[in-house]
Design a binder for this molecule. Structure first.
Ligand code: FES
Length: 105
């Protein structure tokens, strides 16, 4: 199990527990974060699972694929530590990670 914290436009540092094998997108969706629409279901084709990762954790994430990079470049308001949550498998190394869900543009 991986525990991480989530901030949104209206909340700060909500602790979320993911079950083994979940992606960050799946954990957010299952915990009721409605701004994570994830229309493509994790297929890396919709960009509606955009999150901003705390810089302290960003370097610990798996590399960005070409497909993810293309989608990230299409997001208005993208930041240097933006990622698509469906492309982040949760694991023990990410225990304590902090992310922010940006407001929908
Ligand atoms: S859920 Fe569609 S790109 Fe992540």
């Amino acid at each position: 199990m991986t525990t991480f914290t989530v901030s949104t436009a209206s909340t700060q540092d909500i602790s979320v527990q993911a079950t083994a094998g979940q992606s960050l997108m799946e954990a957010l969706r299952d915990n009721g974060f409605e701004d994570i629409q994830a229309f493509c279901g994790g297929g890396c084709s919709c960009a509606t699972c955009h999150v901003v990762v705390n810089p302290d954790w960003f370097a610990k994430l798996p590399p960005v694929s070409d497909d993810e990079q293309d989608l990230l470049e299409s997001i208005e308001g993208r930041l240097a530590t933006s990622r698509l949550a469906c492309q982040i498998p949760l694991c023990d190394e990410l225990e304590g990670m902090a992310i922010m869900i940006p407001p929908a543009v």
